[in-house]
Design a protein around this ligand. Structure first.
Ligand SMILES: Nc1ncnc2c1ncn2[C@@H]1O[C@H](COP(=O)(O)OP(=O)(O)OP(=O)(O)O)[C@@H](O)[C@H]1O
Length: 293
């Protein structure tokens, strides 16, 4: 295949809304063009309401573009009939923010992972079961998780289950929409590093959505910055975060720096200011992006 895996072209999404009781139109995404290559992570960052999830939802077919288009492997997927959209679910998957609401509480983990797998890949039960167990091992859960229910797991473990559900189908693109925002700080880095490990192992692409530029920097090869539905800056992760061109990007970066003692002699040197996440593991794709640019 030539060209990017995912190609978003001049996307606009408007929703009907109300301001002071009067009907109006909310422009959630306003002429955004982005692409994601095979094996690449594009980080999408911006404050709440900047249009990040709407872009992710347009890729997933959950919202319809008002204009512009979304292309995947050279196919325009913006307005697909339901059957073709379902087929695409094998190769485009999602991990949402909230592992509590994204898992069906009345289904065992084995059912949640196994049924879509048997359906999509038409695998015999025995083969599907083996793949489910292998996937659970890859996300760090015990094999006996198959017979248990979501309520028996912690938030971090549930997000591992949601990740396993997305990855068991062997997708080529995963939309990660704030996948760690609902988790305790101590668990966040583990889940991010799991996503990096899975990408290193399987080579899929991520559209990685977060309001936290520090998290996005940790995960991404390239970063796109959204403000009010518009793209204000995009480029290599290291370039955007070390030499941001747009004042809004600078303000996002400022927001993640920890409060430090003004008398601290190291403050003048931003390289010495520690952020909340460890640097990417040596040898990961994110490490390569981190070290360049
Ligand atoms: N279904 C909808 N109907 C009406 N307005 C919507 C809908 N979905 C999103 N919006 C509006 O579109 C704008 C962008 O929302 P979106 O959820 O994409 O932003 P976001 O950057 O993902 O923020 P958050 O992280 O808070 O979800 C917001 O003003 C939001 O209120």
């Amino acid at each position: 295949m030539t060209g990017p895996l995912l190609d978003i072209r001049d996307l606009r999404v408007r929703f009907p809304g109300r301001v002071r009781g009067r009907r109006t139109v909310v422009t959630a995404v306003d002429g955004v063009s982005l692409s994601v290559d095979e094996g690449e992570t594009l980080g999408l960052v911006g404050e709440s309401g900047s249009g990040k999830s709407t872009i992710g939802n347009a890729v997933l077919g959950l919202v319809r573009p008002t204009s512009g288009s979304v292309w995947f492997r050279g196919e325009n997927i913006s307005r697909l009939p339901p059957g073709r959209r379902r087929e695409l679910g094998r190769v485009i998957q999602v991990v949402f923010q909230d592992p509590y609401s994204s898992l069906n509480p009345s289904r065992t983990i084995g059912q949640t992972l196994g049924e879509p797998l048997r359906h999509a890949h038409r695998l015999p039960r025995r083969v599907a079961d083996a793949r489910v167990r292998d996937m659970l091992r890859q996300v760090g859960l015990p094999a006996d998780a198959v017979g248990r229910y979501p309520a028996e797991f912690s938030g971090g473990q549930r997000q591992r289950i949601a990740i396993a559900r997305a990855f068991v189908l062997e997708p080529r693109l995963v939309v990660c929409d704030e996948p760690t925002s609902a988790l305790d700080l101590s668990v966040q880095a583990q889940i991010l590093n799991l996503l990096l490990d899975l990408q290193r192992e399987h080579g899929m692409s991520y559209l990685f959505i977060s309001h936290d530029i520090d998290v996005v920097r940790h995960m991404s090869h390239r970063i796109a910055v959204l403000l009010g539905g518009r793209l204000v800056e995009q480029g290599r992760a290291a370039t955007v975060t070390r030499t941001p061109r747009h004042p809004y990007t600078r303000s996002l970066l400022g927001a993640v720096l920890p409060v430090v003692d003004p008398g601290d002699p190291t403050v003048a040197n931003p390289e010495t200011v520690r952020t909340t996440l460890p640097p990417p593991a040596p040898g990961t794709v994110a490490d390569a992006a981190w070290g360049s640019g």
